[in-house]
Write a protein that binds this ligand. Structure first.
Ligand code: GUN
Length: 279
């Protein structure tokens, strides 16, 4: 039976450390989160971020624009936040409505305030191996979780299902830097299970795709980044937990695995940017 990768407990440990770190300073970081529209999932994430930040002594401001806000207004607001010395971290919640060019919006964020590590400067540095200001939150949280349980990464075959800019692509770079052999699979991958069965570490980040017991190698490490509500309203991930957990060596549950780690890493990135640029 697999050992559960307990992201919830690790989040608490990390937040306690961050709180103690912040108590040493006479200034506080300010994280501004921009939310466009009223996507219910995004609203929950954003409110969670705010609550967690405030518990740590981080100022947190949510700017909620209606879905039909113009790109121009959004870009002007980001410029204003870039120039505001009180603001130490900026996050634009994704996805954005279709009429807004997400690349333009992300490009507008100052790399020193880019708490997601999504700007071309930070993403480019991650790609070339130069240190970015911060690493993207979900991949960073996954690696922190593996490290906490002393799961080896070097020389392991990591298979990532999902090629998003938020998870799949940056995680692949970070695992490469740790000397894993990395394969990225996606919706057009042929014979997916032939590949996933060769994984020592299998990460699924597609949302709703079920990874079953016939897709994994016995004793592999399974990381589930998916999250959605099933037809009974139960929160589920990409992995069929009941089926896979008896075969895996380690498995991250949903909820309580990667999700809490993402929030913890957002707080960690907020503190890092504050320490680097605002003390
Ligand atoms: N939407 C889903 N995950 C994320 C994330 O990590 N950052 C941002 N900005 N939006 C998201």
């Amino acid at each position: 039976m697999a050992i559960i990768l307990d992201g919830k407990s690790l989040r608490e440990k990390i937040l306690t450390e961050l709180k103690a770190r912040l108590e040493k300073y006479d200034k506080k970081p300010t994280l501004v989160v921009i939310l466009v529209g009223d996507n219910p999932a995004s609203k929950i994430y954003v409110n969670n971020k705010k609550k967690t930040a405030e518990n740590l002594g981080i100022n947190s401001i949510i700017i909620n624009y209606p879905a039909d806000i113009s790109e121009k207004v959004l870009l002007e607001k980001i410029q204003e936040l870039n120039e505001d010395d009180q603001v130490t971290a900026i996050l634009v919640q994704l996805p954005l409505p279709k009429h807004i060019n997400k690349f333009k919006v992300i490009n507008a964020i100052s790399p020193q305030k880019d708490v997601d590590g999504f700007t071309p400067e930070n993403a480019g540095k991650l790609f070339t191996g130069e240190k970015p200001y911060v690493y993207p939150c979900t991949p960073k949280g996954i690696i922190r979780l593996l490290d906490e349980y002393k799961i080896p990464i070097e020389e392991q075959h990591a298979v990532i299902v999902g090629r998003s800019n938020i998870v799949g692509k940056p995680l692949a770079q970070m695992l490469l830097q740790r000397n894993a052999t990395v394969t990225i699979c996606h919706s057009r991958t042929k014979n997916l299970s032939d590949i996933t069965k060769t994984a020592d570490i299998l990460v699924s980040a597609v949302g709703g795709k079920i990874i079953g017991k016939n897709m994994i190698k016995p004793n592999c490490v399974v990381i589930d980044v998916g999250i959605f509500k099933d037809e009974n309203g139960k929160t589920r991930g990409d992995v069929n937990f009941e089926e896979v957990s008896p075969l895996a060596s380690y498995i991250s549950p949903v909820p309580g695995g990667v999700g809490p780690m993402t929030i913890a890493m957002l707080m960690s990135n907020t503190v890092e940017l504050f320490e680097k640029n605002h003390l």
